[in-house]
Design a protein around this ligand. Structure first.
Ligand SMILES: C[C@H](O)[C@H](O)[C@@H](O)C(=O)CO
Ligand SMILES: [Mn+2]
Length: 432
């Protein structure tokens, strides 16, 4: 290891130790945290099942940066580069549309065998896998409803798809020896004020009961449910709202998924963690960055990311929280997007682990809010960068912005040589 990195680390360690922070122990803890990196940043949420199908479901990717992955091999190659630039061993989060098979298979008929190549690859790479049914970008979701659709046949199609997805999740967990989280998110909702808010929610509740009917080994698969406030074309009403899934998750022992972009603009998920943790065995996060709306910008080191890290550490929630990422930006190099967002998430957790939590708690208990604020502010300029450099170097990944040269070289050698079709911009869809 570079001598400057080591000596900067030693100096930083001594400073943190003055406030009772054991930096080596913090890094050991950090190395145990897995981030579930989402595959869909690599190809603008297209997948390989119906590649020509427009992205629907009220989500949107904008930008036309060249080099989007067009095949599973390309996506895996891009992921390998991204993971090689991120410290630690992590997980990959797959969506059902990322099937890797020559067979023409429908969503309600997918099986573990259609994902075998992903499993083999994950084993080889030492990665865990998470999973999601894809209840959008499909002919049967074109009018904006899936599990809560009034037509029982269409509803059944999506129920069968979600059931099939859970079995794939369980297969991932069993094969890889790491629990898979299978997260159900559906776009169902109305553009304008509904006449009946209750009926679709009743249908969704009943559909979910069928989806989760079969008991699966929780060591292999854990189910999660993800709420949303609104989407493009579902501005007035979303069937699977936060209150709906809070109730469903708590009543049925499902992980509640909190996506940072799925709430009112002044609402933050960091402030929900401690409350939800008191009533559930586990939580799933979709760390994202909303800008004015659920825009899924790449995660940066903003106040909310720092607060999410703090809440997980201070509430001792790391053991029960599954940390997933959810952003998709097609206006910048997609591998860089993964690296920036994932490194930031890990770095925010490291910063939280380096906070003088005991001293802050003590000050708060004593009503000494002056000390609480003073320490919090001073720690913002403590040398966490030196600790981060050491952690990256120790984990054999590039220090500071050195990773960018590798991404740029890959862009020249690989990404820019890919077909133009793969890089065409994806337009926003609206349910009209
Ligand atoms: C592609 C994801 O499943 C999707 O982004 C979902 O998690 C979501 O957040 C929709 O807004
Ligand atoms: Mn999400």
């Amino acid at each position: 290891m570079d001598q400057t990195i080591r000596s900067n680390y030693e100096a930083a360690k001594a400073l943190y130790a003055k406030h009772g922070v054991d930096v080596d122990a913090a890094l050991e803890k950090l190395s145990q945290i897995k981030i579930s990196m989402h595959c869909w940043q690599g190809d603008d949420v297209r997948g390989f099942l119906n590649k020509d199908q427009a992205l629907t479901g009220g989500i949107s990717v904008t930008g036309n940066y060249p080099g989007a992955a067009g095949t599973p091999e390309e996506l895996r190659s891009d992921l390998e580069l991204a993971f090689s630039l991120i410290p630690g061993k992590h997980k990959l989060n797959l969506h059902a549309i990322y099937v890797d098979t020559d067979e023409k298979v429908e969503l309600d008929k997918i099986e573990p065998k259609h994902f075998q190549k992903w499993v083999d690859w994950a084993k080889e790479q030492g990665l865990g896998l998470d999973f999601n049914p894809t209840c959008f970008s499909h002919e049967k979701s074109k009018d904006g409803f899936t599990l809560s659709h009034p037509d029982p046949e269409i509803r059944q199609f999506w129920i069968d798809h979600c059931k099939a997805s859970r079995k794939i999740g369980a297969y991932f967990g069993e094969q890889l020896g790491q629990t898979c989280v299978t997260n159900v998110w559906i776009p169902d909702g109305f553009k304008d004020t509904p006449a009946d808010r209750l009926a679709p929610r009743k249908r969704l509740k009943e559909a979910l009961d069928q989806v989760f009917e079969e008991e699966l080994n929780p060591a292999h698969n854990l189910d999660a449910v993800e709420s949303k406030l609104f989407g493009l074309g579902s501005e007035a009403y979303v069937v699977g709202s936060h209150e709906f899934y809070m109730g469903y998750g708590i009543q049925n022992n499902k992980l509640i998924c909190l996506d940072a972009g799925h709430f009112h603009p002044t609402e933050v998920i960091s402030n929900k963690l401690s409350a939800i943790s008191l009533f559930t065995d586990g939580i799933l996060l979709h760390v994202s960055r909303p800008m004015r709306w659920d825009s899924d910008h790449v995660v940066t080191m903003d106040d909310e990311l720092i607060d999410i890290g703090r809440e997980l550490v201070r509430g001792d929630l790391l053991g029960k929280t599954h940390i997933g990422l959810d952003f998709f930006d097609a206006s910048i190099n997609r591998v860089a997007a993964w690296v920036i967002g994932t490194r930031n998430t890990i770095k925010a957790l490291m910063r939280a682990l380096l906070d003088p939590v005991e001293a802050l708690r003590q000050a708060e208990l004593e009503g000494d809010y002056t000390t609480r604020l003073a320490l919090t502010e001073e720690f913002k300029s403590y040398p966490f960068g030196a600790v981060w450099d050491y952690y990256c170097s120790k984990n054999g990944v590039p220090v500071r912005e050195e990773w960018l040269a590798e991404v740029k070289a890959y862009e020249q050698a690989v990404l820019l040589k890919r077909g133009e079709a793969a890089a065409a911009p994806v337009e926003a869809e609206t349910n009209v």
